[in-house]
Design a protein around this ligand. Structure first.
Ligand SMILES: [Zn+2]
Length: 134
């Protein structure tokens, strides 16, 4: 057991206070009116890039049929829906297969695990796809 006589605590770093810049020789009168101008600032409007090269489907699509105007044939239709195996069903089948192999097919047939594909009943064109987790 030996004690060091040196100080344990390092000396605190000393920073000189930066209050008023002494470079301006002219005395500035207090102007409280200019303080309001700072709060306004610049109204920056963020531009949202429209990343829609072509019709990619409606964001209002749900897992059930909806009424909408077909962008291709212009007819007010109720969409046809089909359930297709998507990423969620595929991953679910893999995980289920790891746990209990004979039941790997269950996520592949469950509607809640499949994507919903909307199509126009008039022109039968693709209108949008809703993921299983959406
Ligand atoms: Zn159509």
């Amino acid at each position: 057991m030996s004690k060091y006589p040196g100080p344990d605590i390092p000396p605190p770093s000393y920073e000189p206070p930066t209050e008023a810049s002494p470079s301006s020789s002219m005395p500035v009168p207090p102007t409280p009116a200019t303080a309001d101008e700072k709060s306004y600032g610049k109204a920056v409007q963020p531009q949202q890039p429209l990343l829609q090269p072509e019709f990619a489907g409606y964001s209002t699509l749900r897992h059930g049929p909806i009424q909408m105007v077909c962008p291709y044939c212009g007819v007010n239709v109720v969409t046809e829906i089909h359930h297709k195996v998507g990423v969620v069903a595929g991953v679910g089948a893999l995980l289920t297969g790891f746990v209990f192999l004979p039941l790997f097919w269950v996520p592949l047939v469950m509607k809640s695990c499949k994507d919903t594909v909307h199509a126009c009943p008039n022109c039968h064109r693709f209108l949008g796809r809703v993921g299983a987790l959406q």
